[in-house]
Design a binder for this molecule. Structure first.
Ligand code: AMP
Length: 326
């Protein structure tokens, strides 16, 4: 039952004529330097908005809002354009440097230390929502300065059908008031388990979700890395697995990729029911499972629709079972 509804409702951007143009994505575009127990990368392309765009563009067109410096390769922007990512809302500050982030993963690959965060162009970023982005139905606020995220909501003349927000501990530490204000404006908040605990001050994830929901979002998604994700709404909970992988190479961007798959599925199907959100979580989890297989955005770049469909079916099989209650 679950299996067939998932396969029926998932379609891909290959059918370009069916693309609806109503997903706006906001998020950092960055250079990352990553260290894992398996290796080290030089400065590579990263950023929450970049991962979301690479992922979501498999399902629907994307209108991107971000900022980069003059050092960001034009070829990277051109590649996104060929994937139906509209960059009218991406500012290029020729004389400034792109946001830079560096992190080091521990042996378990579930925890990491941030080594460097250089905000650079993000420091004074004032997003301008282009006219052609107005009337979007879906808004994905990827990880970024909370005041920038709320400024995008403020600039939209019509409230989108669904606003989803991601954030991270960094903003909880330096901009909690702004963060809480932005959280109060969105429909869905996604955070990882330690961020949920930090934000709510509660160790129990169930109580943490209740407390976060009381801040505004009707839906709360808690990502648990290799242990999957939880969706909370009213008194309902959905638990999605993560695909057990032999090897996790680099988890950077997995959360953003998850967000990209989640919102893109909802935007593609234009259905924001709890049932469809469950499917969207499976799509997000499947996409995130690709992301971790290589450094940075590398694995997302070469993905085919067939690979995505196969991976989603693997997910369905992973947790489907029959039971005859005695
Ligand atoms: P994730 O692994 O899903 O948490 O996302 C990692 C990505 O987030 C990296 O590509 C970073 O460039 C980006 N990132 C790290 N810190 C921040 C921050 N404070 N604001 C915006 N993006 C960030």
């Amino acid at each position: 039952m679950f299996c067939s509804s998932v396969s029926k409702s998932i379609s891909f951007a290959a059918n370009l004529k069916n693309i609806n143009m109503s997903l706006v994505v906001v998020g950092s575009m960055a250079f990352d330097a990553i260290e894992t127990p398996f290796g080290k990368s030089d400065k590579i392309i990263g950023g929450a908005g970049t991962f979301i765009a690479w992922c979501a563009s498999n399902f629907t067109a994307v209108k991107q809002i971000s900022v980069v410096g003059g050092d960001f390769p034009q070829s990277e922007l051109d590649l996104l354009t060929t994937r139906n990512v509209d960059l009218e809302g991406v500012q290029i500050k020729k004389d400034e440097k792109t946001f830079f982030w560096s992190g080091k993963y521990h042996m378990d690959m579930n925890t990491r230390d941030t080594l460097v965060t250089e905000l650079n162009v993000l420091e004074n970023f004032q997003p301008v929502v282009p006219d052609s982005y107005q009337d979007c139905e879906f808004l994905m606020l990827g990880n970024l300065v909370p005041a920038v995220q709320s400024s995008v909501i403020d600039q939209l003349r019509t409230r989108p059908k669904l606003i989803v927000m991601d954030t991270m501990n960094f903003w909880m530490e330096i901009a909690m008031d702004d963060l809480k204000k932005t959280i109060s404006m969105v429909d869905v908040l996604m955070v990882n388990d330690s961020e949920a605990r930090q934000l709510s001050g509660d160790y129990s994830l169930v109580r943490a979700a209740q407390k976060i929901s009381a801040m505004g979002p009707k839906y709360v998604i808690i990502k648990k890395g290799e242990h999957g994700a939880l969706l909370f709404h009213d008194n309902k909970i959905f638990s999605a697995p993560a695909l057990p992988l032999e090897e996790v190479f680099d988890p950077t961007g997995a959360g953003d990729t998850f967000a990209g798959g989640f919102i893109a599925h909802l935007a593609k199907t234009r259905d924001i029911s709890f049932e469809n959100m469950k499917t969207a979580i499976i799509v997000g989890s499947a996409m995130a499972s690709f992301c971790v297989e290589k450094f940075g955005t590398e694995r997302l770049r070469g993905l085919t629709n067939e690979e995505i469909k196969d991976r989603i079916h693997q997910f369905v099989q992973l947790s489907s079972f029959d039971i005859n209650l005695i």
